[in-house]
Design a binder for this molecule. Sequence first.
Ligand SMILES: Cc1cc2nc3c(=O)[nH]c(=O)nc-3n(C[C@H](O)[C@H](O)[C@H](O)COP(=O)(O)OP(=O)(O)OC[C@H]3O[C@@H](n4cnc5c(N)ncnc54)[C@H](O)[C@@H]3O)c2cc1C
Ligand code: FES
Length: 507
Amino acid sequence: MESPDRPDFGNGVPINRLPDGGMLQGKVGGDNVILARRGDDFFAVGAKCTHYGGPLVKGLLVGDELRCPLHHACFSLRTGEALRAPAFDAIPCWRVERIGENVFVRERLSAPARRQVPVSTNAQKPPASVVIVGGGAAGFSAADALRREGYDGPVTIISADTSAPYDRPNLSKDYLAGTASDDWIPLRSPDYYRDQRIELVLNSRVSSLDARRKVIQVEGGKTYDFDRLLLATGADPVKLPIEGAPDSQVHYLRTYADSRALAERASSAKQVVVVGSSFIGLEVAASLRARGLGVHVVSRERQPLERVLGPDVGQFMRRLHEAHDVVFHLEDSVARLDGRKAVLASGATLDADFLVLGVGVRPSLALAEQAGLKMDRGVVVDEYLETSAPGIFAAGDIARWPDPHSGGPVRIEHWVVAQRQGQVAARNILGRRERFDAVPFFWTRQYGVSIKYVGHAEKWDAIDIDGSLEAKDCTVTYKLAGRTLAVATLSRDLQSLQIEAAMEGSI
Ligand SMILES: Cc1cc2nc3c(=O)[nH]c(=O)nc-3n(C[C@H](O)[C@H](O)[C@H](O)COP(=O)(O)OP(=O)(O)OC[C@H]3O[C@@H](n4cnc5c(N)ncnc54)[C@H](O)[C@@H]3O)c2cc1C
Ligand code: FES
């Protein structure tokens, strides 16, 4: 039976129900479908984002793209293709037929074919081979993009990690909370690498790079020649020695193995002390509360997240955690561990079966430094993400690039930024000369409260809050000299997309 709020598009829809730029959700057979209108063009596409299943009808149409409200993935309305991370799989498309003043959604179309366009637009020959150092966000996305762009030559990912590329943001969220299973974590199954002919060399750390001879060497001595190289070595957690703390009592969180070890440890523990109150620390605190552990957070900051989100959002986050029985010890630090007691600089002692240290990360720059690439608190790249050595690109947490939005060279540690840089670097490896000008975006989610952040503000002189933090419904704007640099939103996902699109249009 047809439901009034989910019409059966097979029966036809009067076009006046769909204004230009509008979307409707309905059904075709058993499928949830969105009908979208752009001028006189009508499109029917799947209703669910292929990243985490976000409701695309609550997203935004920008030109002939549809953007997801949850983490800003971007799909082509014409082909369904996932144009920008964090989604990689296409959404399905249906044929639409207009008859008079009605549109009808007909049969489902076959998935978009791999691109047939020439790999290079400037008559340059495609590279003989591409090697990617790092199997994280940027490295995986680059390999995937090379294949999607039609590149047929050898692609090798060399990764120090023991696991194939995985969903790192989940490691501190659902996976650590115990609500996401192991099969949720890999970005792709082993079949994908085989089918795409992407050679995945795991558990191999690249120890040297000869930029002139175009050869890298991994620990153990094996060498790989390359024609083009992408460096995507990410970052490592800052290690903080704590007096009296054996390694077995101190956990860091960067890798899948780290998260598994933490989850295993939490399963037989009662009390944890989390050191650091930035994103990783707070997400770990929330996830370990979900597992029923008592959680104390010790941090040198005045308010959690203050450095990134300002004092008001920081205070809100603190209250949110306190409402879930997390105890904060701010402007304090762990002086030493005495058996199962953490002794703080203030003199307080806390029960601690173990510690989790989330005190920031350092970009993994050793390889780029050793190769003599130009550095500036990161690997310096141009707007095409190419380093000072021609043919060698860098992306993700290590790259410092000229961001047209904030006006300066920036290095940013966000999942989606790293993935999108990987995608753009891949196209530039193929000779496309595409500028990286995506607006930075990140999200965090704690106790079901999600913050979406677009733009980049390292400092500001004014913060405007529209709406109410306590009601978890607001827009927080970070400004410097009257200019909006970044905007954080709670429960205003569509607005976050609109702000991102406006920022894109302003350069
Ligand atoms: C637990 C956690 C949760 C996060 N949550 C969020 C979030 O919610 N939102 C958000 O925006 N960001 C989040 N981030 C940050 C985000 O994951 C990173 O910004 C992103 O992964 C960076 O991508 P990358 O490709 O630069 O590096 P990575 O994803 O870290 O990948 C680097 C890869 O390089 C490999 N490598 C390093 N050195 C070598 C070498 N010499 N030889 C070979 N391989 C090497 C590593 O093994 C790894 O495979 C989170 C990070 C963590 C750790
Ligand atoms: S669910 Fe759509 S981008 Fe994550």
